[in-house]
Every structure is written in structure tokens, then in C-alpha cells.
Design a protein around this ligand. Structure first.
Ligand code: SF4
Ligand code: SF4
Length: 320
């Protein structure tokens, strides 16, 4: 019989940093209600896809034809070994390397293959950020961490710089997960650090105000002022000269403020290593970039999603 230990060990061998198992059930009513309220208030901004497949979101067992019974939830750390120089336009560190969708999905497929090698009748389906799944809730249920006040999953060992992958499985696996209580305590650093007031109560994020949304999904919207850059540099080492640089793709400000990320392990995954041009690209370089260079440099990067035109608009929205 498939066990959490067997799944964890297979997940470790394909390169994941952590893995837990959660029994699948209908989403708790209060969680579904909060999600619907989030949609009703328009906090999902232009991400209309979040409105679709509500029935599957409410009951993730429907996401596997034969019926899913268990979720193997994985974490892959992307805490970087080095950061971009602070005088350059900033990119969220999750986008330093290759597109996590393909990296994590590939690892989930390898995990499924490893499980099926022992259990040939097992069926599974891999998801990375693309399905109507409450991944963070499932990760917390699988004992991998707690949901912080900034809405992120926080792991004691890995902090919040992690990609969550979910492998839905047809077999029932008795979960050994111990759900973790929030360790945010009285801290509210992420809320104070957010330059746009996008973090509301109880980990609710208003994407219409969030720079992550503004710079990636809806780049043509005017961005809030450049306090983002100031906050980004508030934690800079004393010998680093603060500049007015802001984020032009994503935003790490609330995560950088979180004490759990300071003590988190650094990722050593080759796929997450920074693309070398990100060490040198200035605002002027971005503005002068030609389409074929953009394609060449960011061919396998999540930055491609924002398009070159979008990145240029983001650069123009800040003063460098
Ligand atoms: S990602 Fe940036 S803008 Fe969005 S909630 Fe965090 S600090 Fe605020
Ligand atoms: S900064 Fe503080 S309140 Fe925010 S998620 Fe981290 S520990 Fe929780």
C-alpha cells in the first residue's frame, strides 16, 4: 500500500525540497465562501480564469477522471543564492531562472512515474498553478507550513520562496500530516512593507493593488508610485547604495520582509539560477531591447509572459 513515506522519499529523489500528503475532500465551506467573496469583490482583478470551474475548485476529487483521493503536495525552493544588483530594474526572484511551470511539472511527472513503477495501477495528474485548486490550502493540509498574513504558504525550513506542485492520485493514502498552527504571531511586517496596501485582513490579497499582478498580468495599468523601490532597498546592506529601482516583473517586498525567509534555506536548483543578463540589464537596455533578443534571452523564462512591450511599459512606469 502506498504510504506518505514512500511518496516523500520518491519526491526527494526527483529533486523536491519537501513533500506532504493530504486526503482529498470537498473544500471546507468557509474557505469556498471566502474565495467566492474574493471573486465578488473583484480582488482577482483581470484574472477571469479564476472564476471558471468553481465546481472542481469546490471538490478537487473531480480533477481526475477516475476520481482523485489523495494529493501529494510538493515544495521546490527558489530562494536565490544571489540577488540582482539593486541599481537595476528588479525582477521577482521566482523569475530569475527557468519557467517554474515546466520545471515543477516535469518533476511531478517524474514523481508519478516513480510511484507507478511500484504501483502500476496508480493514476495521477500533475498541477502547477494552472488548475482550479487551492494549492496553498492543500499544502498547509499536507503539513508543509501555514498560511501567513501575506497569503503565502510559509514553511519553517524553506520560508515562502517555494513553488507548490500538486500531484493528484487515484489511490487513498493515509496521511500522516500534522497541520501547523500559524507562527506569524504578532508580526505584521509584510503588511507594513507592502507599498500599495494590497494585503488585507486574514491573508487576503487584493490583486488589483498588487504589483505582482500589475507588472505581469496587466502591465498596461498605471502602477503605484515608486515606494516599491524604496521598500525594496530598506533592507539592503549598509554598503549597498539605495536607488530608486523598482520591480518591473513581480514583487518580493512582502516576502523579503518576512523573518521566516531570512532563515530559510537557499535553493541550489540549477533551473532556478539567475539568467546572466539579469545581472546587467539596465533600464536603458530594457528600453532598447529588440524582440529577437528578448525571445533569445527569455525563451524559457516566465518573464516572456509579460511580453517585451509590457516590460518596456513597466520600465517607463518607474524612474531610474
Ligand atoms: S507582492 Fe508586493 S504589492 Fe503584492 S502584496 Fe506583496 S508587497 Fe504588496
Ligand atoms: S512577515 Fe510576519 S506576519 Fe507576514 S507572513 Fe511573515 S511572519 Fe507572518
Amino acid at each position: 500500500m502506498l504510504t506518505p513515506d514512500f511518496i516523500r522519499s520518491a519526491a526527494g529523489s526527483v529533486g523536491f525540497d519537501a513533500c506532504g500528503v493530504a486526503a482529498l475532500d470537498e473544500l471546507p465551506e468557509d474557505l469556498l465562501r471566502s474565495f467566492c467573496e474574493w471573486l465578488r469583490r473583484g480582488y482577482h482583478a483581470g484574472m477571469r480564469y479564476m472564476e471558471r470551474h468553481l465546481q472542481k475548485r469546490a471538490d478537487p476529487r473531480l480533477l481526475l477522471k477516475s476520481g482523485a483521493r489523495t494529493a501529494a503536495v510538493t515544495l521546490l525552493s527558489y530562494k536565490p543564492q544571489r540577488r540582482q544588483p539593486l541599481h537595476l530594474p528588479q525582477v521577482s526572484c521566482y523569475a530569475y531562472g527557468l519557467d517554474y511551470h515546466s520545471v515543477v511539472k516535469q518533476k511531478l511527472r517524474s514523481l508519478l512515474a516513480a510511484l507507478q513503477a511500484e504501483y502500476p495501477a496508480l493514476q495521477g495528474r500533475a498541477f502547477v498553478d494552472t488548475a482550479p485548486l487551492q494549492e496553498r490550502y492543500l499544502a498547509a493540509k499536507a503539513g508543509l507550513g501555514w498560511l501567513g498574513k501575506n497569503g503565502m504558504l510559509i514553511s519553517r525550513e524553506l520560508g515562502s520562496y517555494t513553488f507548490i506542485g500538486v500531484l493528484l492520485l487515484s489511490d487513498e493514502v493515509k496521511s500522516d500530516a500534522q497541520e501547523q498552527k500559524s507562527k506569524c504571531g504578532a508580526c505584521s511586517r509584510c503588511l507594513s512593507a507592502c507599498p500599495t496596501g494590497a494585503i488585507l485582513d486574514n491573508g487576503v490579497i487584493n490583486s488589483r493593488l498588487c504589483l505582482s499582478y500589475g507588472t505581469i498580468e496587466k502591465y498596461s495599468n498605471p502602477l503605484p508610485d515608486n515606494d516599491a523601490g524604496a521598500a525594496r532597498h530598506a533592507g539592503a546592506a549598509k554598503d549597498e547604495k539605495p536607488s530608486a529601482a523598482g520591480y518591473i516583473f513581480g514583487c518580493d517586498i512582502c516576502q523579503e520582509a518576512c523573518p521566516w525567509n531570512r532563515r530559510a534555506k537557499v535553493a541550489a536548483h540549477g533551473e532556478m539560477q539567475m539568467l546572466p543578463p539579469l545581472l546587467t540589464l539596465t533600464a536603458a537596455d530594457w528600453l532598447a531591447m529588440q524582440a529577437d533578443d528578448f525571445e533569445k534571452i527569455f525563451e524559457r523564462s516566465p518573464i516572456r509572459r509579460a511580453t517585451l512591450q509590457g516590460m518596456k511599459e513597466n520600465v517607463r512606469n518607474f524612474e531610474f
